[in-house]
Design a protein around this ligand. Sequence first.
Ligand code: AMP
Ligand code: ZN
Ligand code: FE
Ligand code: FE
Length: 286
Amino acid sequence: MGFVDLHTHSNKSDGGDSPAALVALAARLSLDALALTDHDTVAGLDEAFTAGLELGVEVIRGCELAVRSEYGEVHLLGLWLPERPKRLMAALETVRQKRHARNQAILGRLKNLGVDLDYEELRDFAGGPSVGRPHLANFLLRKGYVSSYKDAFIRYLGAGAPAYVPRSVLNPEEGMELFTAEGASVVLAHPMLIKAPLPWLDVLAARLKGLGLCAVEAYHSEHGPEETKTAEDLAARHGLLLSGGSDYHGAGKPAIKLGQGHGFLRVPSSILDKLKADRRAKNLPV
Ligand code: AMP
Ligand code: ZN
Ligand code: FE
Ligand code: FE
């Protein structure tokens, strides 16, 4: 039986590996397929796709987008994006510009706290087009202002910490529409990381399903056995398919292994087959 990983990040957002290196790793691990789902950007997809053709790994073009909710951010994965998702790319550009303004606001707050960072240097350090707090945390660590990545969130960047600036994100209708209009299959990412009561997750699933949601990511590195079961049941109650991925970030989150999460995660290829069958039934390309 083969295995897949349908949720990964490259250095085009906050992952550590280049898109090609990520696909090469998937090939070494004998994964059948890999979805690259960088936050707020599709910049790595062509590189990953080309590497996949060379190395015999099926690469699914994806993206991860955050939307607003009463319980904080809800993450959506759009899978099977087309080669040039023009409208999505324009919308992502706006999302990244808002990140840019927010990052500068964070640097302003840090400066008032005696931490003087150069924004251009931070952007070079991040390397890719989508710069967020994980880069800021590693940059603070590199500059010796904090003792660890975690410490950066506790002292400066986390919600409630003195340099915290909230991020404006899309509402669920906007996020869902951006993906569905491109013909993507939309997956509710790591639902059990949303700190909400189960009845509320049911309302969310029903609402998103009404907007075209296809699947629930039941299999994820940070879902324990009980959470996986809860997510599977959630999907079943709403007639949604299942998806799974490690949320691999390379050196960005070194504890998480591609295709295996913390060691116990396995996503069988049959999960991918069912997602593809659903697309075929809807006359969408796979
Ligand atoms: P951003 O999208 O720029 O707001 O960054 C969000 C990311 O920062 C999350 O996906 C986490 O990887 C990381 N993060 C947020 N809060 C914390 C925290 N308290 N400790 C460690 N990492 C965090
Ligand atoms: Zn990330
Ligand atoms: Fe996420
Ligand atoms: Fe992710």
